[in-house]
Design a binder for this molecule. Structure first.
Ligand code: DAS
Length: 330
């Protein structure tokens, strides 16, 4: 019987620190994809094509590197691979997963993984996470589910997943939606059937400043003003509660000429549209032309806004895209 072929792109991170090395030391050799796969033994139920595309600490990941990885993955799928696994550092893993969720044009899954414990620590989790990611990528039940994260035996949807703990092995959470499934005895179990997905966006060249600014106590709007005056192409406000900012920040939003997206800084739950009416509340920001992020967190909102701006999407369509991808089916 022919084994399904999975492509694996390694980009660096804790999972690929060579034993005895550290990510802070750029001279330390990284483990290649072949090294990582070697730890899994010879009897894998899938064939693997390996590419070592970078050796980065994931805080230094760039859209250019992601675009290159996507292109490599597209070529692998077109040559017959049934899925793509991306191995990288956990710190920006959720952004990578969401980049693929937004731009991946195939039903074949992209599965992102990494590790919390490097290979020189006791019980490193990299090999188990990589095997789980391969299992998920090779399984036909993963088709049509977009970009996934396989970590600590859970399978998460890119839209929901975030790094929610800086050091635990169970560092990733999809609260409040919960994971899509689990890897059990080297098979993936999904809790629900795949849902229809919005069309893929172009993976255009991301340029210019699109910062996330967090609102909070004592926020006068001065920082937003500085950012807008320095030529930002758009701004995501990590707003308080259901999408509220100070009166001072609201004054600046009113005169902004670039898209302002309002997400909640709380870590779970949606922004509102029509409950509060004070200056700086969600309904007042909507009247000023701001776009509400719905259920998308500030980080995912930033990635979506960056890709929409890179695609040259006009402002009215930015609003529609956030409704399409940030709201839930009701
Ligand atoms: N936190 C490390 C990791 O999990 C570093 C990084 O993200 O590259 O891989």
């Amino acid at each position: 019987m022919t084994r399904p072929r999975v492509a694996v792109a390694a980009l660096g991170g804790t999972i690929s620190i060579a034993p005895g090395g550290s990510l802070e030391d750029d001279a330390v050799p990284r483990l290649s994809t072949a090294d990582l796969l070697g730890e899994l033994g010879a009897d894998l139920p899938m064939e693997v094509t390996a590419g070592t595309l970078a050796g980065l600490a994931s805080a230094s990941m760039s859209y250019a590197k992601l675009a290159q990885t996507r292109q490599w993955g597209i070529e692998q799928i077109e040559a017959g691979a049934v899925g793509l696994v991306v191995v990288q550092g956990t710190d920006t893993l959720e952004e990578t997963a969401y980049f693929f969720e937004l731009t991946w044009p195939f039903d074949e899954p992209v599965v992102v993984t990494g590790a919390m414990r490097n290979p020189s620590l006791l019980s490193p989790d990299g090999p188990a996470n990589l095997l789980a990611a391969l299992t998920v990528a090779a399984d036909p039940r993963s088709r049509g589910r977009g970009a996934l994260v396989a970590f600590n035996d859970d399978v998460h949807a890119a839209r929901w997943v975030r790094k929610a703990h800086s050091s635990h092995l169970e560092a990733f959470s999809s609260a409040p939606a919960g994971p899509l499934g689990m890897v059990v005895e080297q098979a993936v179990h999904y809790f629900h059937r795949p849902a229809p997905r919005p069309p893929a966006l172009p993976a255009g060249q991301v340029e210019g400043l699109v910062p996330v600014l967090e609102s909070g106590l004592g926020d006068s709007g001065e920082l937003l003003s500085l950012v807008l005056n320095s030529g930002a192409r758009g701004v995501v406000l990590a707003a308080t509660g259901v999408g509220h900012v100070s009166a001072g920040t609201a004054d600046v939003v009113r005169s902004a000429e670039v898209p302002i997206v309002v997400a909640t800084r709380t870590g779970a739950g949606p922004t509102f549209r029509a409950t509060y009416g004070s200056h700086g509340s969600e309904s007042s920001l909507i009247r000023m032309g701001a776009t509400m992020a719905g259920w998308l967190c500030p980080r995912k909102s930033r990635a979506l806004l960056q890709l929409l701006l890179a695609a040259g999407v006009p402002r009215a369509e930015i609003e529609q895209q956030f409704r399409l991808r940030g709201d839930l089916d009701r």
